[in-house]
Design a binder for this molecule. Structure first.
Ligand SMILES: *[C@@H]1O[C@H](CO)[C@@H](O)[C@H](O)[C@H]1NC(C)=O
Ligand SMILES: *[C@@H]1O[C@H](CO)[C@@H](O)[C@H](O)[C@H]1NC(C)=O
Ligand SMILES: *[C@@H]1O[C@H](CO)[C@@H](O)[C@H](O)[C@H]1NC(C)=O
Length: 434
C-alpha cells in the first residue's frame, strides 16, 4: 500500500478506477451554505461542505473525495480555506481529531469516455491529473492548496489583482471538464495513550498488519524496512492508534467545510503560478535535465548532542522564475520556521508557526495552529529563470516522525502595469466574454 495522497501509480488498479467512476456518476446533494457577492469588486464567496467520513477513538481516516463542489466558469480563485466540522457544523479541535492534511488536486475528465464507457477501456484513462508547477517528481505533492493542523490560522489570500486562473475554456480540451478532488488524512486522538505519537503516525502505536514491513512499499517502490518508525505509511485508512485502557467514545461523522473566494476572470487579473518546494528533495542532474527526488516527509532522529534545531535543506533550481507574491509552508507541530533563500543567499521568505495556548478551536494548546505568510510588495522580490533556491525547514531537535517542510510559493510573470492600473481605477475591468 502506498498513501494515495502522494502517489497516483496505485490508481492503476481496477477497483480504485471503479470507485472513481462511481463517485463521478453519482450526483451528490449540493450543500451550499451561503452565496455572497460584493458588488464593489465582484468578489464571490461560497462555503461548501464535503462528503462525510466516520471516525472513532484512535482511528485514522484517509479519504479521497472526487468531483468536490467547486465554483464553475472562467474564474480567478482568491482564497481557499478548510477546516473539519461535525454533522452539526461545529468546528472540531485538533486534540480531538488531528487534521494531518488536506490536499486539493485538479484533474481533467474526458466526459465523452465516461458517458460511453467501453468495456475494453480502463475507466482510469478518462482522468488526467493536472499538477501544480512543481517541483516534485511524478505525482508527488501535486496539489494546489493543502495544509493540516495549521489550516485555520494560515492565510490563503492572494492579493489583488492576482488570482489563480481556472476554467479557461481555451485551455480545456473539447469533451473534457476540469474537476477537483480532496485527499484528507485525519486522526481521531480521543482517548489515545500517546497523542503526539498518534499524530505523528508512529508505527509502533498502530495495529499494523503482521506482514506490514513485507508488503508495504516505500516512496521509491522498494519494500519498507523496519527502520521506518513512522509517517504516512503507518497512518493508513482505518488503522487504530493505541487507546488508554478501557477508553470508550462515540464514533462520529466529520466533513471538510471549505470557503472559496473567487472573481469572474477579467482582463485586469494577473494569473499566478503555484509551486510546492520540498525540503527533502534530493535534486540531481543527469547533465541534460534536473531530476527531482522528493521524499515528502522525514524523520528527525533522537538528538544526542543537544542542538536546539534540526535543519533539513534542499537546493532546488526553478526553471521559470517570476515575481514572488506569496510564500508560506506546510509543517507539523514542532516546527520552528522555514526559509527560502535565493541563489545569492538573500532571504526571499521566512515563515514561522504560531502555537496554540488554550482550549478553544484554532488555539489548541501546544499545536502549530497557523503559519505566517510572506506578502512581499509585488515587484520587490524577483526569482530569475534557472535560479537555484534553497529551502530550509527547521524543527525542534527531538525524535519526530513524519516531519514535513513543504514550501508554497506563488509567482507571477507580470506586475500590474499602467494600463491595468488605469482600467482598475476607471472600473473598466470587464469580464472576458468568449
Ligand atoms: C475522450 O474519449 C473519447 C471516447 O473514448 C476518445 O475518442 C477521445 O479521443 C478522448 N479524448 C482525448 C483528448 O483523449
Ligand atoms: C517477512 O519479513 C520477515 C522479517 O524480515 C521474514 O522473516 C518473513 O519470512 C517475511 N515473510 C514473507 C512472506 O516474505
Ligand atoms: C529560525 O528560527 C531560529 C530559532 O529561533 C532562529 O535562530 C533563526 O534566526 C530563524 N530564522 C529566520 C530566518 O528567521
Amino acid at each position: 500500500m502506498v498513501p494515495q495522497c502522494l502517489f497516483w501509480n496505485n490508481m492503476k488498479s481496477a477497483s480504485i478506477a471503479m470507485i472513481l467512476l462511481l463517485s463521478l456518476l453519482s450526483l451528490l446533494p449540493r450543500t451550499i451554505y451561503s452565496v455572497y457577492q460584493d458588488p464593489r469588486n465582484f468578489m464571490k464567496t461560497n462555503t461548501f461542505v464535503s462528503e462525510s467520513f466516520e471516525v472513532g477513538p484512535g482511528l485514522v481516516a484517509v479519504k479521497t473525495f472526487m468531483n468536490i463542489k467547486f465554483p464553475k466558469g472562467h474564474i480567478g480563485v482568491k482564497s481557499f480555506d478548510v477546516e473539519i466540522v461535525d454533522q452539526e457544523g461545529n468546528s472540531i479541535p485538533l486534540y480531538e481529531t488531528y487534521f494531518h492534511h488536506w490536499f486539493a488536486i485538479k484533474y481533467l475528465v474526458n466526459t465523452t469516455m465516461l458517458q460511453n464507457p467501453e468495456p475494453h477501456l480502463d475507466p482510469i484513462k478518462a482522468f488526467t491529473f493536472k499538477r501544480n508547477e512543481g517541483t516534485c517528481n511524478g505525482y508527488l505533492l501535486p496539489h494546489y492548496w493543502g495544509f493540516g493542523g495549521e489550516s485555520r490560522g494560515t492565510s490563503t489570500n492572494i492579493p489583488d489583482p492576482f488570482a489563480l486562473e481556472l476554467g479557461n475554456p481555451a485551455k480545456i480540451p473539447d469533451g473534457h471538464e476540469e474537476q477537483w478532488l480532496f485527499n484528507v488524512m485525519a486522526i481521531d486522538t480521543r482517548g489515545v495513550e500517546d497523542r503526539k505519537g498518534c499524530s505523528e503516525c508512529r508505527c509502533d502505536l498502530f495495529n499494523l498488519p503482521k506482514d506490514f514491513y513485507n508488503v508495504t512499499k516505500d516512496i521509491h517502490g522498494e519494500p519498507l524496512t523496519t527502520d521506518y518508525k513512522g509517517g504516512l505509511f503507518c497512518c493508513q485508512d482505518n488503522l487504530q492508534c493505541k487507546l488508554r485502557n478501557g477508553f470508550q467514545g462515540p464514533r462520529r461523522k466529520l466533513s471538510l467545510r471549505y470557503k472559496i473566494r473567487w472573481v469572474d476572470w477579467n482582463k485586469c487579473h494577473i494569473p499566478v503560478r503555484f509551486y510546492i518546494l520540498d525540503s527533502t528533495d534530493k535534486v540531481k542532474s543527469n547533465g541534460l535535465e534536473t531530476i527531482h527526488d522528493c521524499q515528502t516527509e522525514y524523520t528527525i532522529p533522537e538528538n544526542h548532542n543537544g542542538d536546539f534545531l534540526h535543519v533539513q535543506k534542499a537546493k532546488i533550481p526553478i526553471e521559470k522564475g517570476g515575481y514572488l507574491i506569496y510564500g508560506t509552508a506546510h509543517m507539523h507541530t514542532g516546527a520552528v520556521n522555514a526559509t527560502l533563500y535565493g541563489q545569492d543567499g538573500r532571504i526571499l521568505c521566512t515563515t514561522t508557526p504560531k502555537y496554540g495556548t488554550g482550549n478553544e478551536v484554532g488555539n489548541e494548546n501546544g499545536y502549530a495552529v497557523g503559519m505566517s505568510v510572506c506578502y512581499p510588495q509585488p515587484g520587490s522580490i524577483k526569482i530569475n529563470d534557472g535560479e537555484t533556491l534553497t529551502v530550509e525547514s527547521r524543527y525542534k531537535n527531538e525524535f519526530r516522525t513524519g516531519a514535513m517542510g513543504h514550501f508554497y510559493i506563488y509567482l507571477v510573470d507580470q506586475l500590474p502595469n499602467e494600463n491595468i492600473q488605469n482600467l482598475i481605477q476607471n472600473n473598466l475591468c470587464l469580464p472576458i466574454t468568449p
